[in-house]
Design a protein around this ligand. Structure first.
Ligand code: GLY
Length: 253
C-alpha cells in the first residue's frame, strides 16, 4: 500500500517539452485542470499528496516519476537519458531528503529514467531504452541488492519507457500491450492484453486497490474491471501530447 505521492504542477514551459506524439502542443489551462483532477484521484486512493510548484526551467519536470525510484528501503535518484531533463534531479533530491534516510544516485555514464522501472514486490524490471542504458541499469540493480531487493533488465524495441507499454496491477496481473505481450520475462504473469488501438491505456497505475486509467479507453477499462478492480479514469490528454502517461505524473511511496 502507498501512503504518499509527490507531483509537480506543470509550468507554462511544458509546451516546449520533449515529444514524438505529433498531437500538437498541450493546452496549458486544460493541463492544469487535468493535473488537479489527477491529484484528486490520488487523494481518493488515500494518498497524502505533496504538490511541488512549477519549475519553468524544465519543460518536462511535471513527469516526476522519471527522476527517482522510490522503494521501501531507499530512494534512488536517476540520471535522465534526455539531456534537457538532467537538471530536474537536484530539486527532487531536496524533497526526498524529507522522507528518506538512504538516498543513492545513478552516476554518469549511467543513464536511467524511472519510467523504465516497474516494481513487482521486491523485484524491479528495468527497461533498456533510449533513455536508460546498461550501465545505469547495472548501478540501479547494485543499489537494489544493497537493500535486499533485486532487479533485472528487459530490452525495449519500440516504446519510450517500459511503463509506456506495461503496468503491474498487483495480484500477479500485468496489463500489457505490443512488444510486451511476448516478452519471456513476463510470461509467468496473468497478462491482461490491451488492444493495440488503446495502447496508451497500458500506462495505468495501481494505487491501493484502485486502478487509475486514462479517460477514453473503454475496452481497457472493461478488461481491468473484469479482473476485479475498481477503475478511476483521469483525463490526461494534454500530457499524452508530450508522450507522458498517468504513471509519469507522480512518485508513489
Ligand atoms: N516528454 C516526456 C519525456 O520525453 O521525457
Amino acid at each position: 500500500m502507498f501512503t504518499h505521492a509527490i507531483v509537480r504542477t506543470p509550468g507554462k514551459s511544458m509546451v516546449n517539452g520533449l515529444t514524438t506524439a505529433h498531437l500538437g502542443p498541450p493546452d496549458y489551462a486544460k493541463a492544469l485542470l487535468q493535473h488537479g483532477d489527477y491529484i484528486q484521484a490520488l487523494e481518493e486512493c488515500g494518498l497524502d499528496v505533496v504538490v511541488l510548484p512549477p519549475d519553468e526551467r524544465f519543460p518536462d519536470s511535471t513527469f516526476v516519476e522519471d527522476v527517482a525510484l522510490l522503494t521501501k528501503h531507499c530512494a534512488i535518484i536517476t540520471n535522465p537519458g534526455a539531456p534537457s531533463r538532467r537538471g530536474e534531479t537536484a530539486a527532487i533530491k531536496k524533497v526526498l531528503l524529507g522522507f528518506y534516510e538512504k538516498i543513492e544516485e545513478v552516476q554518469p555514464p549511467g543513464t536511467v529514467e524511472a519510467g523504465d522501472i516497474m516494481m513487482v514486490g521486491t523485484h524491479f524490471f528495468i527497461g533498456l531504452s533510449e533513455r536508460t542504458n546498461e550501465e545505469g541499469a547495472r548501478q540501479v540493480i547494485a543499489y537494489l541488492e544493497k537493500y535486499g531487493l533485486s532487479g533485472s533488465v528487459v530490452s525495449l524495441e519500440k516504446v519510450l519507457h517500459l511503463k509506456t507499454g506495461v503496468a503491474y496491477l498487483e495480484n500477479d496481473n500485468l496489463l500489457a500491450c505490443g512488444e510486451f505481450l511476448t516478452k519471456e520475462a513476463f510470461q509467468h504473469f496473468n497478462i491482461l492484453e490491451v488492444p493495440e488501438d488503446e495502447s496508451y491505456a497500458a500506462n495505468s497505475v495501481w494505487v491501493n486497490g484502485v486502478v487509475l486509467t486514462p479517460s477514453g479507453y473503454p475496452k481497457t477499462r472493461a478488461l481491468i474491471e473484469a479482473a476485479g478492480y475498481t477503475v478511476r479514469e483521469v483525463d490526461v490528454s494534454e500530457f499524452r501530447k508530450l508522450d507522458g502517461g498517468l504513471s509519469c505524473l507522480s512518485l508513489r511511496f
